[in-house]
Write a protein that binds this ligand. Structure first.
Ligand SMILES: NC(=O)c1ccc[n+]([C@@H]2O[C@H](COP(=O)([O-])OP(=O)(O)OC[C@H]3O[C@@H](n4cnc5c(N)ncnc54)[C@H](OP(=O)(O)O)[C@@H]3O)[C@@H](O)[C@H]2O)c1
Length: 333
């Protein structure tokens, strides 16, 4: 496989490079692309020093799989060109996620939608992936009527500049200095911001609508009612989501926990005795999402609450994209 990464210097691009080496992807070659400011920069891949290139019209000619992680406008500009050159495109942006002909894939959930004759595949929104890693095994156990999701999303969800802004803002606040926020709508240090993406005409934010619309597409379930509030918090890495799930019939807590334990890609950390529950620190830099605080919601019939954390740069973006590439590689071979 000859691989390319557009956005190779970014939070997701860097993680894709790490994962390709960690998982022995068996590459023939790898080429890296970023914005003009990074052209010529050296990035280590195993023992090689790779040079970041500028994207040109003929850049994608000799590539088999191309990861896009440079935002929607770059994907819209170059993804078609890459496909015309015969590449499989795995896109991390939201540009094509809801297009009818573009599979939106979480390999553990809907790998059957991945076909070798489809050259463009979308990677879902990070909060959607992590939420669905907990929702899917429960949906297989019992029909779900409604989900109320509240997310606590780390600053690296906004890329490397998000991390930089939290650190600088926090230092300024500690020294009682003013800090002018650029990435986030408000100062993020010692704060939480209940707005990710722009507001839509229905008063939800873009991030909240992604969670609703993408979940329905991935689960192939238009009947599932999901409502979300998505919140940015001053955490560097890993998103957390509080889920309140109403089923169509009574569920048993033991069966819920077993269903989560048996699902590939999620583990359970939930025990009162050693005070065990997962936080974003526990899921950072690991592949699995972690569920905990699993309990019956006594305020309403057939309902449970739980908490799930996941590394949104890994499973929420880079790992999911690499898993898609691995599935494609295995189908093509
Ligand atoms: N961060 C997450 O947790 C996450 C999760 C899911 C999906 N995503 C999606 O993944 C994509 C990348 O996000 P990120 O967090 O990695 O962002 P990031 O850290 O800001 O990185 C952006 C990357 O895009 C490159 N880029 C910017 N303008 C470009 C141009 N004109 N031509 C070529 N490359 C250009 C940047 O290159 P320079 O370094 O040269 O500027 C950098 O490599 C976005 O679509 C985002 O929505 C991110």
């Amino acid at each position: 496989m000859r691989i390319g990464i557009v956005g190779a210097t970014g939070a997701v691009g860097q993680e894709i490079i790490t994962l390709l080496s960690e998982r022995n992807f068996n590459l023939e070659s790898i080429r890296l692309f970023a914005s003009p400011k990074s052209v010529g920069k050296k990035i280590k891949y195993l023992k090689e020093n790779l040079i970041v290139e500028k994207i040109k019209q003929n850049s994608f000619k000799d590539l088999d799989i191309l990861f896009f992680s440079a935002g929607s406008s770059i994907s819209k500009k170059y993804a078609k060109i890459a496909q015309k050159n015969g590449c499989y495109v795995i896109d991390n942006s939201s540009a094509f996620r809801l297009n009818k002909n573009v599979p939106l894939v979480v390999p553990e959930i809907n790998s059957e939608t991945l076909k070798t004759n489809t050259r463009l595949i979308s990677n879902p929104n990070c909060t959607t992936i992590i939420s669905l890693m907990a929702i899917k095994p429960l949906m297989d156990l019992c029909e779900i009527k409604r989900v109320v999701a509240t997310s606590f999303q780390s600053v690296s969800g906004a890329g490397n500049t998000g991390i930089d802004e939290l650190i600088k803002d926090t230092k300024a606040a500690i020294h009682k200095k003013k800090f002018k926020n650029k990435v986030f709508d408000r100062n993020i240090s010692f704060n939480v911001i209940p707005k990710i993406g722009d507001f839509e005409s229905n008063l939800f934010t873009q991030e909240e609508m992604k969670l609703q619309n993408e979940s329905r597409k991935i689960l192939s379930n238009k009947r599932i009612n999901l409502t979300a509030t998505t919140v940015r918090v001053p955490v560097i890495r890993s998103h957390s989501i509080s889920l309140n799930i109403e089923f169509t019939r009574k569920v048993n807590l033991k069966n819920i926990i077993n269903a989560l334990k048996e699902f590939k890609g999620i583990k359970v950390q939930d025990d009162l005795d050693p005070n065990l529950y997962p936080t974003p620190h526990d899921s950072s830099n690991i592949d699995d999402c972690i569920a905990g605080r699993i309990r019956i919601d006594y305020s309403q019939k057939n309902t449970i609450s739980l908490w799930v954390v996941g590394d949104q740069i890994r499973k929420g973006a880079a790992l999911n994209a690499v898993q898609i590439a691995e599935a494609l590689r295995d189908k093509i071979r």
